[in-house]
Design a protein around this ligand. Sequence first.
Ligand SMILES: [Ca+2]
Ligand SMILES: [Ca+2]
Ligand SMILES: [Ca+2]
Length: 178
Amino acid sequence: MEPDTDRVPTDLDQDGAFVPDDCDDREPNVFPGADEIWDGQDNDCDGYVDGQGTFVGQHTLMATAIVEGETRRTSVLCDVTFTRATVVIGFTIACDVPTDDELAIQLLGEELNITPDDNVAIDGEWNGLASVQSVAPWQATGSGTASWSDDMSQLVLTSALQSSSLRLSGSGVLVRED
Ligand SMILES: [Ca+2]
Ligand SMILES: [Ca+2]
Ligand SMILES: [Ca+2]
């Protein structure tokens, strides 16, 4: 940006970005175009500190079970909303099971939700226990992971459940919602 000739341009932190482009002119690690790093500051001046925000997307959940001696497999598509404040995460993986998928209905029920039990993320990673709740009704304890992209605008969320009767394995990319 060309400095305004009527005013003295300021670049106190000498990072090459002048006010008002520089959203924090006292912090040389913060300026438009800077790499976002896990430091509790909005380095690139896009309005988001680190990997905070609301992320949405889909999650493909594969279900495997042994039915009458045979391994049977199906998958359903689930909607996900994921939020992160400083270190605290929350999400809901909501799976509406198609009523014409008999096997999926049998294994999962008409609706299945997965939510985290552990909710503290460290920098770009979360892993912990998750509750799997079916309207069937049954519930079980599974697990999940979240891993942020380098620019922190996306994350990959996975889910898993290992029980004697059912195995679930899910994954999907979530994108920050502006
Ligand atoms: Ca500056
Ligand atoms: Ca940062
Ligand atoms: Ca940012």
